[in-house]
Design a binder for this molecule. Structure first.
Ligand SMILES: NC(=O)C1=CN([C@@H]2O[C@H](COP(=O)(O)OP(=O)(O)OC[C@H]3O[C@@H](n4cnc5c(N)ncnc54)[C@H](O)[C@@H]3O)[C@@H](O)[C@H]2O)C=CC1
Ligand SMILES: CC(=O)C(C)=O
Length: 259
């Protein structure tokens, strides 16, 4: 059972977890589209995919803009000759106390993390239906989608919302043969966590690196997560072994949050 020859689109695939997912799905045999606001980084990942012997394309799009998400999927279908797997991975962190958070921060975080995922689900489901075949939609939630963390309250709210969208979409699209699931990573040492740690240091007076180490210290498996750890689970969600699973958002966090 495999995804050889399938076409996967990864939003926010220009770096971090998205890059890890792109390379893993390419290694699994899929052709890959990288959709990101950062075109240069997307192009570099596309080159890595081609070096693995798979086709790749890129499309510059901001996931908060509905029309750009639809255009990205049209482009991918034309360039790669199909469209089977949608990974709504793009996201931004927001690090601020509830006492201090501003309307602008709330709006930006919800726009990218919630609306971005919503447009990705909507556009992908429409395309799968137009193509007349089944599809897989996979969304980025987080441990913060299962537990609210201090200074990550707004971010946590967006990641809870991703789980809600995942459940609702799973129910709405089940009869079309479309499954919708999410992945909930823990602490992955990407640029996002560098920013979280730096902002937590600014706000709390902790040393740079301290907040990250504190979070990692709570992980039962004793180490931070890698993008490859996350990608291994996304590979399962993208493939036929998960065909009987929908509406779920499992924690893949090394044993940090228990639900
Ligand atoms: N790093 C971590 O520890 C965790 C991350 N996550 C989630 O995993 C996903 C990926 O995280 P990381 O790789 O760590 O983040 P990152 O910050 O390293 O990379 C995010 C990527 O998304 C792109 N992006 C941001 N806004 C965009 C937009 N509006 N439209 C298109 N692309 C956009 C960026 O250009 C970048 O390439 C996010 O949804 C994040 O919330 C979840 C749990 C833990
Ligand atoms: C970035 C993220 O989702 C956490 C809570 O580590």
């Amino acid at each position: 059972m495999s995804i050889v020859g399938k076409v996967a689109l990864i939003t926010g695939g220009g770096q971090g977890i998205g890059r890890g997912i792109a390379l893993r799905l390419a290694n699994d045999g899929a052709d890959i589209a990288i959709v990101d606001v950062n075109d240069e980084k997307a192009a570099a990942v596309a080159d890595e995919v081609r070096a693995l012997g798979r086709k790749a394309t890129t499309f510059k799009a901001d996931v908060t803009k509905r029309e750009e998400v639809y255009a990205a999927i049209d482009h991918v279908e034309q360039e790669l000759g199909g469209f089977d797997i949608m990974v709504n991975n793009a996201g931004v962190a927001s690090i601020q106390s509830i006492a201090e958070v501003t309307p602008e921060q709330v709006e930006k975080t919800f726009k990218v993390n919630v609306q971005g995922v919503l447009w990705g689900i909507q556009a992908a489901a429409a395309k799968f239906k137009a193509l007349g075949h089944k599809g897989k939609i996979i969304n980025a939630s987080s441990i913060a989608g299962h537990e609210g963390f201090a200074l990550l309250g707004v971010y946590s709210a967006t990641k809870f919302a991703v789980r809600a969208l995942t459940q609702a979409a799973a129910k709405e699209f089940a009869s079309d043969g479309i499954t919708v699931n999410a992945y909930c990573p823990g602490v992955v040492g990407t640029d996002m966590w560098i920013e979280i740690d730096r902002r937590m240091a600014d706000i709390t007076g902790a040393k740079v690196g301290e907040s990250y180490e504190k979070f990692v210290g709570g992980i039962a498996l004793g180490r931070a997560q890698t993008p490859e750890d996350v990608a291994a689970f996304v590979s399962y969600l993208a493939g036929p072994d998960s065909d009987y699973m929908t509406g779920q958002a499992p924690l893949i966090d090394g044993g940090l949050v228990y639900r």
